[in-house]
Write a protein that binds this ligand. Structure first.
Ligand code: HSE
Length: 437
């Protein structure tokens, strides 16, 4: 059978990895796909010199639209990232009747609904395994492996940079800012590292996971996003002393009154497997009603781990080229006509337990005042610890764990605590999830 012709857009970290993996494992990949998968065209402004020997015979230009419009190309692999011109390129590829493989989580989270609709209309596939958690086949698992289940919740460490930073803060007692520059130097961070540390990258991925889990349209704008920039090494250490670890989690959960979609730092019990996922590694915990909790672990970023997912999609697309478009696995796991319009819960309605760090003067009655405010808002304290004040500081940190409470009540209580004369600075609130099966 003749090789399938692939046009690669972007020869950066993931593009280079894709070239390497496709070339090194060509024979095995062809045995799996049923035919050779060959990069025939590529668009890139520059690429690493070590790719040169592997790109012999590939027609390379700097005009991605020329590749998308080339009739010889059957599958477009979009590895440029960002919204534009990635969206225009993908839509043009679809209009030209080409299948698309993309690693672009931002594009899918923001424009996936229109992209999938166009692909459906044209009978082409858009595969995006590499968009979430790098090399972990979590999209395949949610869409196919768990198809028997009602998914109850998904909780994932889905940003490698953030996890690397939190791990270093715990292991080496280092400060946030110091570790961030190291993550950037190691090549894990997004072009714009605020996407990693402010939680946007994780929110893109969570938006996709939430849609796949619950069969709802992609709704990035309704995902609650909080990053890790306010977490101090003291918080990391205090959480540890209480038996918890701070992880930056993306959580999608089905509740009676809607779907929770939220990304924020989270205390999780240290004994959970996912609490021990360290460094740049990612993990996604999925709870299905039939299967129970399942955990998927692997490298969430990096050249070849992400290429592993890109190439798996290429194999998938190649295998299913001749199938009836109506009988393919739906983009968002559920048939497009059966997507549901379940409401996304505003954060104010979400209930979680919390870790609070309050800086207060060491005076009689202070604890009673704070406890009084919490009590008036129906917030029950589970544990409270008084920590040593920092050198030269008058106030000392009080660390508390609360029972589950609606976010709205906690917001009001925090505002009142911050207004107390004896309290200085902002209250640090980190949500807590037991993640029990
Ligand atoms: N910047 C991302 C991360 C890369 O750190 O996980 C993979 O999406």
């Amino acid at each position: 059978m003749k090789p399938i012709h692939v046009g690669l857009l972007g020869l950066g970290t993931v593009g280079g990895g894709t070239v390497n993996v496709l070339s090194r494992n060509a024979a095995e990949i062809a045995r799996r796909a049923g035919r050779e998968i060959r990069i025939t065209h590529a668009a890139a402004r520059a690429y690493a010199p070590e790719l040169e020997p592997l790109l012999q015979g590939v027609e390379i230009c700097d005009d991605a639209f020329a590749v998308v419009n080339n009739p010889e190309v059957e599958i477009i692999v979009e590895l440029i990232g960002g919204y534009t011109p990635a969206l225009e390129l993908v839509m043009q590829a679809i209009a030209n009747g080409k299948h698309v493989v993309t690693a672009n989580k931002a594009l899918i989270a923001m424009h996936g609904n229109e992209i999938f609709q166009a692909a459906q209309g044209r009978g082409v596939m858009v595969a995006f395994e590499a968009a979430v958690a790098g090399g972990i086949p979590i999209i395949k698992a949610l869409r196919e492996g768990l198809a028997a289940n009602q998914i109850e919740w998904v909780a994932g460490i889905i940003n490698g940079t953030g996890n690397f930073i939190l791990t270093e803060m715990l292991d080496k007692g280092r400060d946030f800012a110091e570790v961030l520059s190291e993550a950037q130097a190691l090549g894990y961070a997004e072009a714009n590292p605020t996407f990693d540390v402010e939680g946007i990258d994780a929110a893109h991925k969570l938006t996709i996971l939430g849609s796949l889990a619950f069969g709802i349209p992609l709704q990035f704008d309704k995902t609650y996003v909080e990053g890790i920039t306010r977490i101090t090494r003291q918080d990391v250490a205090y959480a540890e002393q209480l038996g918890y670890r701070i992880k930056h989690l993306g959580i999608a959960r089905k509740e009676a009154n809607g779907i929770e979609l939220r990304v924020h730092p989270t205390l999780i019990p240290r004994k959970r497997l996912i609490a021990n996922v360290n460094g740049v590694m990612n993990a996604v915990l999925v709870k299905g009603d039939a299967v129970g909790p399942t955990l998927y672990y692997g490298a969430g970023a990096g050249s070849e781990p992400t290429a592993s997912a890109v190439v798996a999609d290429l194999v998938d697309v190649t295998r299913t080229l001749t199938t009836d478009p109506n009988n393919r696995v739906p983009h968002l796991a559920f048939q497009p006509s059966h997507l549901s319009n379940l409401r996304i819960m505003p954060m104010e309605e979400v209930q979680t337990a919390c870790y609070l760090r309050v800086h207060a003067l060491d005076e009689p009655g202070v604890m009673a005042e704070i406890a009084g405010i919490l009590g008036r808002h129906g917030i029950s304290i589970e544990a409270i610890q008084q920590k040593e004040p920092a050198e030269g500081e008058e106030s000392l940190p009080l660390v508390m764990l609360t029972h589950r409470v609606e976010e709205r009540c906690m917001n009001q209580a925090i505002a009142e605590i911050e207004a107390l004369e004896c309290v200085s600075g902002a209250v640090m609130r980190i949500r807590l999830e037991p993640l029990s099966g």
